[in-house]
Each structure stands twice: as structure tokens, then as C-alpha cells.
Ligand binder design. Structure first.
Ligand code: AMP
Length: 282
């Protein structure tokens, strides 16, 4: 496995490959876990060359403290990637990615106005810019993202369509701990007590789904999930929404025919966790 820190180095390396070799890209912010490695595995199965990027992208952090406390475990990450048969790692510095202050604006419309976008102003602009940069630098045929960040995937899909990136985007299943907690780099920051509560997020999703399937009533199901979490007295629920899985707009009377997603964000102390679940039919 080779590690590249500059755009010119990785570009010249990629130029040395014959054009028929397919490239799969897995963008990450490091602090890797099994969820990230599952994306690497999808890529190595489907491409000749797999490239992981590790870049804690300041442009997508709306909270400076979250950026400062974001876990950084480079040595361990490189070890894990090497053991997963990743071919190249692109690990640029902030100055390499943003040599001049970012002035570019992007707006994802309705897709950005809800859920994470509503609670993290500017977040998806930062995501959109960095992913567009990575697509331009690496020029992969395929890129792999996690359903864990469902809204991010839909945003990147919109970005790729509207800017005509010639790329196939893949949304891969959420990898969970045995107790149901969705794997996340931020889980490392949980105290042992917080860690015992964290799987309740997934339980809340399952409970909401059950209630939705039983009652067919969006408001009742939503209320049940939120109440379940509030009763522990340790969560600050930012949202628990039942939405159209493609547009993320609220589902109303049409819910019976649509694929529906239940999306949640809640804080345990200063650690913000997100999760979601796709309900195929209600
Ligand atoms: P991050 O390093 O948090 O920016 O995540 C990099 C990629 O890994 C994103 O596409 C995430 O959606 C994906 N990812 C994060 N957690 C998981 C998980 N538990 N299962 C599958 N994919 C994940």
C-alpha cells in the first residue's frame, strides 16, 4: 500500500496505470472502524485499484469543538487499510486541499434544508466541495459511501448528477456493533456510561418502525420513538423523522407507497450520534 500526501503525487501515480484499470474511491475522515473497512471490501471486490482518502475536512464542521475533538488515529488507520488490501491512501494536508480560503457556494435545495442540513448549517456545502475535489483529483469510476450518512449519500448523488460526474455511486449497508450501535468514529469519545446508553438510538429506530407498521400513523410512531429516548433522561434528541427515503421530505398520505426512512440524531453529552433505518413498505 502506498500513501500520498499531495495532489500532484497521486495524480502522477494514477497516470502510470493503464486507462482500462478501474478505480474505486472510499472517502473517509479516518479513525477507521469496521464500517469503513466494509466499504473498502466492496471496492476491492469491484475494482482493480482501491483508493481510500483520509481527510478531516474542516469545511464540513459547523462546530469548532467537534473538529478539534474529532479522533485522529493515522497509524492504526494505515495498518487497517493495508490489511484490507487497499492499494493507495490519499492523505492530504489542509493546505493541500484548501490553498486559498473557500469561496465557492453550493446549495442542495430541499435536500439540504432538512435533518442534518437544518441542524448543521454549512455542513453539506463542505461535504459537497470536498467530495467534488476528490472526484476531480482521483477520477474514480466508482465511489463507496455508507447508508449511515443517508442524507450525505443523497446529497452526493445530486452533486454528481448536476455536475455530470461520470461515476457510479454506491450506498453500502450500515455496519453495527453486536448491541446494535451503528459504528462511528465518534463512538470512541463516549464514556463507558454513555456507551451503555448509545445502542438505545437503534432501539428507538426499531420501536418507531414497529409502531409505524402496526398503526400506519406517522405522528404516533415518531412520538413513541422520541418518548422512548427521552425517558432515559440522558439524550438530547435533535430529531427523529419519518421521511421519504429518496427526497427526505416528510411522508404524508402517500406513505403507503413509498420507501420510507426513519432518521435520528441525538446527543449524549457533547457527542452527537446519528442513525437511520429504511422501512421498505408501510
Ligand atoms: P466518515 O469517516 O465518518 O466521514 O465516513 C466515511 C464513510 O464511511 C462515509 O461514507 C460513511 O457513511 C461511512 N460509514 C461510517 N460509518 C459507517 C458504518 N457504521 N457502516 C457503514 N459505513 C459507514
Amino acid at each position: 500500500m502506498q500513501v500520498f500526501q499531495t495532489i500532484s503525487e497521486i495524480r502522477s501515480k494514477l497516470k502510470s496505470h493503464i486507462p482500462t484499470q478501474s478505480i474505486g474511491l472510499v472517502p473517509t475522515m479516518g479513525a477507521l472502524h469496521e464500517g469503513h473497512l466494509s466499504l473498502i471490501q466492496f471496492s476491492t471486490q469491484e475494482n482493480d485499484i482501491t483508493i481510500a482518502s483520509i481527510f478531516v475536512n474542516p469545511a464540513q464542521f459547523n462546530n469548532p469543538e467537534d473538529l478539534q475533538k474529532y479522533p485522529r488515529t493515522t497509524e492504526q488507520d494505515l495498518q487497517m487499510l493495508s490489511e484490507s488490501n487497499c492499494d493507495y491512501v490519499f492523505m492530504p494536508s489542509e493546505a493541500e486541499m484548501y490553498p486559498t480560503p473557500l469561496t465557492l457556494g453550493i446549495n442542495f435545495g430541499n435536500l439540504e434544508a432538512t435533518l442534518e442540513g437544518a441542524h448543521r448549517p454549512g455542513h453539506f456545502r463542505g461535504v459537497g466541495v470536498v467530495v467534488a475535489k476528490l472526484f476531480n483529483i482521483i477520477k474514480p469510476q466508482k465511489a463507496y459511501f455508507g447508508q449511515k450518512d443517508l442524507q450525505q449519500f443523497l446529497i452526493i448523488n445530486q452533486l454528481a448528477k448536476q455536475l455530470n460526474f461520470d461515476i457510479q455511486l454506491n450506498c453500502c449497508p450500515i455496519v453495527r456493533e453486536k448491541d446494535g450501535l451503528a459504528m462511528s468514529s465518534r463512538n470512541r469519545r463516549l464514556t463507558p456510561t454513555q456507551r451503555t446508553f448509545a445502542p438505545k438510538l437503534h432501539e428507538a429506530l426499531l420501536l418507531t418502525e414497529k409502531k409505524l407498521l402496526e398503526s400506519g400513523n406517522i405522528a404516533t410512531a415518531q412520538h413513541t420513538g422520541i418518548q422512548f429516548l427521552n425517558d432515559f433522561g440522558v439524550f438530547e434528541v435533535e430529531y427523529l423523522e419519518i421521511v421519504d427515503a429518496e427526497t427526505l421530505s416528510p411522508v404524508g398520505a402517500k406513505a403507503k407507497k413509498e420507501a420510507v426512512a426513519i432518521c435520528i440524531a441525538a446527543k449524549l453529552g457533547d457527542i452527537r450520534l446519528i442513525d437511520n433505518l429504511l422501512v421498505k413498505r408501510i
